[in-house]
Design a protein around this ligand. Structure first.
Ligand SMILES: CC(C)(COP(=O)(O)OP(=O)(O)OC[C@H]1O[C@@H](n2cnc3c(N)ncnc32)[C@H](O)[C@@H]1OP(=O)(O)O)[C@@H](O)C(=O)NCCC(=O)NCCS
Length: 171
């Protein structure tokens, strides 16, 4: 599928060459948790429970979308990945429900990029035939309102991280 032209940025499918961006955005998303925010990026991304969101990218079910300026400058990414009951991530609900992670670079927030990324990754999941998407989010995060606007509903607390809520979108 080609890139969508929206405002002053585009949303396109992710490629293997976007992996460094995914790691940067993973740190931004993980650092919403105060304990992780105290770590530097390298230390945070070396935690097994954090790096599992991107490590070994290219597994069945992995999908990413990227926001970029027309110049090519990357602005953010949203992606989803399946996890197993034996090795779940924070927002795990089922082995056939992928978990979404997203982040937008600090100086580009509040321009509608997160919203556009979320819309596109939801469309992608629907096209690929998934029945639902999940995510985990700090209960007091501003991002909760964004997820609610896109139809995600609170289903409970994360077992591994009690300060995080799990939200689900049925597709
Ligand atoms: C959350 C995030 C992805 C939203 O991306 P964005 O491009 O700023 O989002 P939008 O411009 O589409 O704004 C949508 C909503 O995001 C929320 N938002 C805006 N700025 C935000 C910020 N700096 N931090 C967190 N949420 C923000 C608001 O609810 C906003 O709603 P509004 O338009 O009514 O103000 C982005 O702010 C971010 O990367 N934050 C840090 C990492 C994070 O919190 N990730 C998600 C946790 S899992």
């Amino acid at each position: 599928m080609g890139a969508d032209s929206t405002k002053d940025f585009i949303i396109r499918l992710g490629e293997v060459s976007d992996l460094p961006l995914l790691y940067l955005m993973l740190y931004e998303a993980a650092a919403a948790n105060p304990a992780i925010r105290q770590l530097d990026r390298e230390a945070a991304l070396s935690l097994p429970q954090v790096r599992k969101y991107v490590e070994g990218w290219g597994r069945r079910g992995d999908q990413a979308v990227v926001a970029a300026e027309h110049t090519g400058r990357q602005l953010g990414a949203a992606w989803y990945r399946l996890f197993t009951a034996q090795d779940p991530a924070y927002g795990f609900v089922s082995e056939d429900v992928p978990e979404v992670t997203m982040g937008v670079v600090d100086d580009a927030r509040g321009r509608g990029i997160g919203s556009a990324l979320l819309k596109r990754i939801v469309e992608q999941a629907r096209e690929e035939g998934f029945d639902a998407l999940s995510l985990s989010v700090e209960a007091d995060s501003e991002a909760v309102a964004l997820y609610e606007r896109h139809g995600f509903e609170l289903v409970g607390k994360s077992k591994q991280r009690p300060t995080s809520n799990i939200m689900i979108l049925r597709l």
